[in-house]
Write a protein that binds this ligand. Sequence first.
Ligand SMILES: CC(=O)SCCNC(=O)CCNC(=O)[C@H](O)C(C)(C)COP(=O)(O)OP(=O)(O)OC[C@H]1O[C@@H](n2cnc3c(N)ncnc32)[C@H](O)[C@@H]1OP(=O)(O)O
Length: 222
Amino acid sequence: MKKIVIIGASGHAKVIIDIIEKRNEYQIIGLIDSYKKPSQKIMGYPILGKESLIPELMEKQNIIGGIIAIGDNWSRNKVRDVIEKIAPKFKFLPAIHPNAILCNNLKIESGVVIMAGVIVNAASTIKEFCILNTNSSLGHDSVMDHFSSLAPNSTIGGHVNIGAFSAISIGATVIQNVTIGMHTIIGAGSLVLKNIGNNILAYGVPTKKIKDREIGEPYLAK
Ligand SMILES: CC(=O)SCCNC(=O)CCNC(=O)[C@H](O)C(C)(C)COP(=O)(O)OP(=O)(O)OC[C@H]1O[C@@H](n2cnc3c(N)ncnc32)[C@H](O)[C@@H]1OP(=O)(O)O
């Protein structure tokens, strides 16, 4: 079995480990994390060290690549950039739970994570490094641009466009034909009825703009 690493050692990483174990296609040799102490174990797998260790792991332990298990959309992108620079041959793999329901002919780009209970409907597009968290659904003819995410139980109608790095938070609903810009956060439990632009924090029922946001401002803290 081909060997891989998981990058990140949070709760999100635990869910991704479970997906990889269930699919039984790759052997996880350990986790890469810049903040947690090496020697700690997560779900039985050791934390091996920081991203800088990856070239050595590829050479000496034959790892072919791995999955970035970082929930924050902007941080995931920054870590991808670092790894691409130091290990250009590292393969960024997708992780797709066997109990996700995906439309036929869906093109899943590199690094995409799709969790249990997700439904992706016909003619939708999911670009690089998106996350579709537990029980979220993406309606027909919709597009998730790179590094965007759906939190658990979020519901996206048909013909919706979600911009790069934008996050739809837990339990939010977006009706059909809506476009959400880049770097925008839709807060938990929101109901989005109209288009929302770039770099905005918005929430509520119906959803209203709360403020402009800086690129990379945290939205999952606490
Ligand atoms: C498996 C997993 O766990 S995946 C986890 C996924 N997590 C999520 O999806 C949660 C994402 N985070 C959110 O939705 C947050 O509510 C955010 C980012 C929208 C807002 O967070 P913050 O800016 O820190 O808001 P903060 O908590 O300080 O609240 C400020 C005010 O706004 C209100 N508020 C915050 N979020 C919302 C919301 N989604 N809807 C309505 N009101 C809200 C608060 O009640 C508070 O009101 P108050 O001042 O009257 O008390």
